[in-house]
Design a binder for this molecule. Structure first.
Ligand SMILES: *[C@@H]1O[C@H](CO)[C@@H](O)[C@H](O)[C@H]1NC(C)=O
Ligand SMILES: *[C@@H]1O[C@H](CO)[C@@H](O)[C@H](O)[C@H]1NC(C)=O
Length: 136
């Protein structure tokens, strides 16, 4: 044994430059697989359709027709990540969704700014944030 040890720390600073827009402070990442739609990703990953679209607005277009297999998405920003969700089914109303989730209509609408106040613009398969508190 040497009387003292010498620790050599090699710091490799990797400078990442990517053509894909990267979201900083990402709480959850997801890699797109072939055949994914935004609603499917939202449904299986417990992220609201609004949150998925908003966080990835730099890469996903309005109709969500430009997903690429292998593409990295961010599902939520640290501190603004709603993981409590409901997949809209036929016949659902905002009232019924809020009641089933144990939250209120007001909080539901606050957490899903894409849903209008009449709640007549939701569609089956869309994913809503049903957290009991206002997330963002
Ligand atoms: C998500 O991906 C970004 C960019 O690659 C990375 O910096 C970050 O650590 C990842 N976050 C998680 C929670 O895996
Ligand atoms: C989504 O939420 C459900 C119900 O809480 C849970 O069973 C499932 O494991 C979650 N999936 C992911 C990917 O977090």
């Amino acid at each position: 044994m040497f009387p003292r040890s010498i620790v050599a720390v090699i710091v490799v600073a990797a400078v990442c430059s990517s053509v894909d827009a990267q979201v900083s402070n990402c709480a959850r990442n997801y890699t797109v697989v072939s055949g994914d739609t935004c609603d499917e990703i939202a449904g299986k990953e417990n992220v609201s359709s609004f949150q998925l679209a908003t966080v990835n607005k730099a890469t996903i277009n309005a109709g969500c027709t430009n997903l690429r297999a292998g593409e990295e998405l961010c599902l939520g920003i640290v501190g603004q990540d709603c993981e409590v969700t409901h997949v809209v089914a036929n016949g659902d109303t905002c009232e019924s969704i809020a009641e089933a989730a144990g939250t209120t209509l007001d909080i539901l609408l606050e957490n899903n700014p894409n849903v209008n106040s009449e709640c007549n613009n939701i569609h089956p398969g869309e994913v809503l944030c049903t957290a009991k508190d206002v997330i963002a």
